[in-house]
Design a protein around this ligand. Sequence first.
Ligand SMILES: Cc1cc2nc3c(=O)[nH]c(=O)nc-3n(C[C@H](O)[C@H](O)[C@H](O)COP(=O)(O)O)c2cc1C
Ligand code: SF4
Ligand code: SF4
Length: 288
Amino acid sequence: MKFTIFYFSGTGNTWWVCREFAKIVNKSEHDAEFISIEQDDIQSMGYLQKKLQFTDALGIAYPIYGSTAPQIVWNFMESLEEASQKISIDFKENKKKRFGFILTTMALFSGDGALVLNDEMKKIAFPLLGAINIKMSSNISIPGFHYDPVEKEKLEKRKQKAQKKLKNFFKKLRNDKKKLEGRWNLLGKLGGWIQRKFMDWALNRTIDWNANMERCTKCMLCVKECPTDNITFENEAIRFLDKCTYCMRCYNFCPTHAISPREEIADPKKYKRHRGCTENFKLSILHD
Ligand SMILES: Cc1cc2nc3c(=O)[nH]c(=O)nc-3n(C[C@H](O)[C@H](O)[C@H](O)COP(=O)(O)O)c2cc1C
Ligand code: SF4
Ligand code: SF4
């Protein structure tokens, strides 16, 4: 079986989970690749169609934002749908079994956030067989959402747990067994619904990005690495447009902590930054 995982990762957790899952699959008789939705190739319909045609198990991986997927992932699902519509009818009528699966990462609670793309996966003819949430570290520690990343030791324990969970998940998928986390958890569903209702409102209210030019060294890392090209440098100042997907990349990785969600500076001693979950993590890995 060919496993293809399209992923988005703001600050590295989801990338790590995809890498571990692909390692597990590739140790078996099956084959896996994981592809960032920030890659240039993703813009090409032909590329997406080829990937869909030659995939048996299609994974989508994303960080949970208020029990749902980031906007950039929803946009990507529209492109996938467009690509799937242009593939010959044979693809959908083909008797060969194809299925979809979801990997999410989160800090604490995801409700039924791993199931929100259920309809989208059906539309592209990869109905969901599995969906799981992997607990990693928080990347959102800002005034208004003060949830610090976990300490290194705790993160290592979570990573070990994650590896076990991913192994079991792969076993289920290869044996054609359903595993849909959050499906029967009514409280989780209710919590997820409430979070989805209020998250956009809360984020819009809390986050109005600002770069303090006294601290900024004009390194341009934020301009280069923003996944939605939401950051520009004009008239000697860093400016933010209105295409933010709230990935927290600029905030966490600005080397001088110049970027803040409000006028006030979020002191890095008080609001801890999350810079990936591996030693010497490099942002370029998230789009190369
Ligand atoms: C805007 C935003 C909303 C978030 N909402 C949740 C949430 O509802 N539940 C949760 O457990 N973690 C939440 N998180 C934490 C992330 O899901 C978590 O840190 C994730 O592993 C980050 O993955 P990444 O490093 O691949 O971007 C949120 C993070 C952001 C930036
Ligand atoms: S990453 Fe920080 S220091 Fe670098 S240009 Fe952006 S705001 Fe300035
Ligand atoms: S502005 Fe910052 S938080 Fe928003 S999408 Fe760009 S990097 Fe992510």
